[in-house]
Design a protein around this ligand. Structure first.
Ligand code: CP3
Length: 389
């Protein structure tokens, strides 16, 4: 049974159980308006993970679902690992820990995407930019870059040499997950990486990177070019070692005016996409930028397969603006996971209905927040995985 249009499945939505517990209860369904057939989970014998089929526009019975930052501090099991291994660098650079942490959400929630536990900043040491991620403070770049001489010292990234643990972890994840979900890799986009290394860490005002952009653009361009070449290679390395789709995070691109985005971000994103597509034409690339409403059409110009919308964009409007050739991901407000189960259910249904059938990966509009109740995350996945178009 399939409901073929957006409006037709408004009455086929999942009815959550009264009291959601973490594990094994069977979701209840009400019937779909089209055929009146009772809809239940059925085994689909596909060789490829649902997420890849959906992104490629194949006929799928529901949207695949995973959550940005699904491995992390909202999970008790992650906090226990943090107590034993307090250093983020260690947790994200030791193969066994990377695999264990990446699999934590997989073991509990069975998402349709299993993202590598790592960070967009992980390549920096290999590029001769020393950094750390400090508890309570976030990323710290020890010697922020500000001059042509600083940029000259930045090395191009050689993943095999600098981050062999990433390749090893991806290979193991691919085997463990065994196509029951897609293994996802990710990289930071040139402008977002540049903002960290120039600002020295997270920033509110982005004044240092803008000073550089608007007074010494050549210096910034040469840094962005190094990141573009390096991240294209890093995507290829991740794909060659097991990643089945790769997300590019340009989280802070939207700090730029559209005209500046066109100069300092878009050409480098396009370059990465063009270069990866030449060697890995079948690898889906997903692009995320937070607060992207003003830039949506420009994000699509990069040539990525999927644009990940943040929650400030209405999904139906986003879909309309982007057109149906490109897939969309998102875009439930991470704050919704602090709401009631009923509210969460309604918001998922609203988002899925607005995205329409196919070419949609259900996700949050940004990373899951610290303090999110795990049982609400469990509820989110239960509801999402019971949806049928
Ligand atoms: O999604 C996942 O589960 C994979 C893991 C992942 C992390 N970082 C682990 C992490 C991913 C995909 C990232 C991407 C990332 N890192 C982005 C892009 C996504 C976004 O949020 O916009 C950015 C901008 C970073 C840089 C970064 N790393 C920041 C700003 C911080 C501090 C944030 C905080 O909440 O402290 C980090 C640290 C970090 N990376 C944590 C995690 C789980 C939290 C620190 C910890 O667990 O000890």
């Amino acid at each position: 049974m399939s409901c073929s249009s957006v409006s037709s499945f408004t009455s086929s939505l999942f009815v959550p159980p009264k009291k959601s517990s973490f594990s094994n209860h069977k979701p209840r369904f009400i019937h779909c308006s089209l055929g009146g057939t009772v809809v239940g989970p059925k085994a689909t014998a596909t060789a490829e993970p649902l997420l890849l089929n959906a992104v490629r526009g194949q006929d799928v019975e529901r949207p695949p679902v995973w959550l940005m930052r699904q491995a992390g501090r909202y999970m008790k099991s992650y906090q226990i690992i943090c107590e034993k291994y307090p250093s983020f660098r260690e947790r994200s650079e030791n193969v066994d820990l990377v695999v264990e942490i990446s699999l934590q959400p997989w073991n509990v929630f069975k998402p349709d995407g299993v993202i590598l536990f790592s960070d967009i900043l992980t390549p920096l040491s290999g590029m001769n930019i020393p950094f750390d991620i400090v508890k309570g403070k976030g990323p710290v770049i020890f010697d922020p870059l500000g001059s042509a001489a600083d940029v000259d010292k930045v090395r191009e990234f050689n993943p095999e040499e600098s981050v062999p643990y990433v390749g090893e972890a991806l290979t193991i994840l691919r085997r463990e997950v065994d196509n029951k979900a897609a293994v996802l890799g990710f990289v930071g986009a040139p402008f977002t990486l540049a903002s960290y290394v120039v600002e020295g860490g997270s920033s509110k005002n982005f004044t240092k990177i803008k000073r550089l952009a608007f007074s010494q653009p050549k210096v910034l361009h040469s840094l962005l070019q190094k990141f573009a070449t390096s991240m294209a290679n890093y995507i290829r390395y991740q794909a060659d070692n097991g990643a089945q789709a790769v997300q590019i995070f340009d989280s802070w691109a939207t700090e730029l005016s559209p005209v500046d985005f066109e100069e300092f971000s878009l050409p480098y994103l396009k370059q990465i996409v063009d270069s990866v597509k030449q060697t890995h034409p079948g690898l889906p690339l997903i692009l995320y930028a937070s607060g992207s409403g003003g830039l949506l059409e420009r994000l699509a110009l990069t040539g990525v397969d999927v644009v990940s919308l943040d929650w400030t964009v209405d999904m139906a409007e986003g879909r309309k603006r982007l057109g149906h050739d490109i897939a969309v991901q998102g875009n439930v407000d991470p704050g919704v996971l602090f709401g009631s189960k009923e509210f969460i259910t309604n918001r998922i249904n609203d988002t899925v209905r607005k995205a329409g059938k196919g070419k949609h990966v259900l996700n949050l509009g940004h990373g899951i927040k610290v303090g999110t109740p795990e049982e609400n995350v469990a509820h989110f996945f239960e509801v999402a995985k019971a949806i049928r178009y």
